[in-house]
Design a protein around this ligand. Structure first.
Ligand code: FAD
Length: 395
């Protein structure tokens, strides 16, 4: 643990993933003493692309910029994307977004999760008021008092006036709050890996809706792509059993050879997919952000973006309360954060689940309707603008 460590904090952030670290950085100028706890360091930066990448929208990039972390991300490695191309493999429906048509330089950036974490962590470690407590595993919490307590597995205890659960889908903080997240499985898993393609990716994020699940190719700065291929669990098992050549062939075929042949250039990893949303984000001195509060399907690349917005919003609410000399960790203050974020998060969860079932269905009527729908959206200015705003993270 850091030498700056004391056992008393104003804020303890449980979890130093993307959302926990964003919150710490966003709170750094409040003067509050903050401890960020994580059980493991982010994966070190390497020459080869990490398998976990995220499509980060413009609104989230602005947050990274505002907290002073985006420049460090750029120094490490980011991959801007300028276009998005989405189509239905069973018909002729398609939709296309071009940053040039919107007068923007990019739609967002594909960034490795560890690059995001390392850049945010560097900001945290430069701060006099934030301790990076890692490796340290949270065992349990005592939330009965005004001063909340976090017990670590090494036996030590930390106290704070506010504990924020940014500790992911299996959040210990959420359990201590007695809040249940009913996580519904999609009975699907996502295969991720890095691939080379015959034709250039054109800085375009490609997504093909197959009846078996969505397949995304996300453009990386060196010309390769990161794939996220969602499939039923049994299909995942079959695909993972294939050697690289056979897997690459299946991938190219499923992608309709839109970028020519595809060749895997990394190992493959599998992630379970589910969705869920808690009913309450906050209690007196306690709050949940990111995956600890909501899980969605990665088909629109929004989970991390929602968590980043949660973090920015919670930091704003706390900073406003401090400025107005109101009780910054009180239930009624934290409720403002919940009210501002819950609607957006729930809408995204419901929309993604709807998309998943709509596009994962072979019913001829639905097939026809979704093709008509995609083309209609592509040609209808105001409706397309709503989709664009969602993709950019703007309301
Ligand atoms: C295949 C796939 C592709 C995705 N693609 C995208 C995308 O393109 N764009 C996008 O926006 N989102 C994407 N997502 C979603 C995104 O990855 C998650 O929403 C995001 O990483 C959640 O971040 P988090 O910080 O809330 O939680 P996590 O990343 O789960 O971080 C939680 C942290 O808490 C720590 N922790 C947990 N328990 C303890 C404990 N007891 N003690 C100490 N530390 C603890 C963990 O070590 C971890 O570092 C994707 C998800 C998947 C599965």
């Amino acid at each position: 643990m850091s030498e700056k460590n004391t056992s008393r904090y104003d804020v303890i952030i449980a979890g130093g993933g993307i959302t926990g670290l964003t919150l710490a950085c966003a709170l750094k100028s409040t003067g509050l003493r903050i401890g960020v706890i994580d059980q493991r360091e982010p994966q070190a930066f390497a020459k080869d692309y990490a398998l976990r990448v995220s499509a980060i929208n413009r609104a989230s990039l602005e947050v990274f910029n505002a907290v002073g972390a985006f420049e460090r991300m750029q120094q490490l490695r980011v991959s801007p994307f300028r276009e998005m191309h989405v189509w239905d493999s069973t018909g002729v429906g398609q939709i296309h977004f071009d940053s040039a048509e919107l007068g923007l330089d990019t739609l967002g950036c594909i960034i490795e999760n560890n690059v995001i974490q390392l850049a945010l962590q560097a900001v945290v470690q430069q701060s006099e008021t934030i301790d990076w407590l890692c490796p340290a595993e949270i065992d349990s919490l005592d939330t009965s008092d005004v001063q909340k307590q976090v017990r670590l597995t090494d036996g030590s205890t930390l106290t704070a006036q506010l504990i924020v659960g940014a500790d992911g889908a299996n959040s210990v903080v959420r359990k201590a709050m007695g809040i249940e997240l009913v996580r519904k499985s999609y009975q699907q898993q996502a295969i991720v890996c890095t691939v080379a393609t015959e034709y250039e990716h054109q800085q375009t994020a490609w997504q093909c809706f197959l009846p078996s699940g969505p397949l995304a190719l996300l453009p990386l700065a060196d010309g390769s792509c990161s794939i996220v291929w969602s499939l039923d669990e049994t299909r995942v098992e079959q695909m993972m059993a294939l050697d690289d050549a056979a897997f690459s062939e299946k991938l190219g075929e499923s992608f309709e050879y839109r970028l020519g042949w595809i060749k895997t250039v990394s190992t493959r990893a599998v992630f379970p997919l589910g969705h869920g949303h808690v009913d309450h984000y906050v209690q007196q001195g306690l709050a949940l952000i990111g995956d600890a509060a909501h899980n969605i399907h990665p088909l629109a690349g929004q989970g991390a973006n929602l968590g980043i917005m949660d973090a920015a919003c919670l930091a704003d609410v706390i900073a406003d309360a401090l400025q107005a000399q109101r009780q910054w960790n009180a239930f009624h203050t934290l409720r403002k954060y919940e009210r501002r974020r819950k609607g957006d998060n729930r809408l995204m969860e419901t929309t993604m689940t709807g998309f998943k079932y709509l596009f994962g269905n072979n019913n001829p009527f639905l097939t026809e309707m979704r093709n008509i729908g995609l083309n209609a959206v592509d040609h209808a200015g105001p409706i397309k603008q709503i989709f664009i705003n969602q993709a950019l993270g703007e309301q």
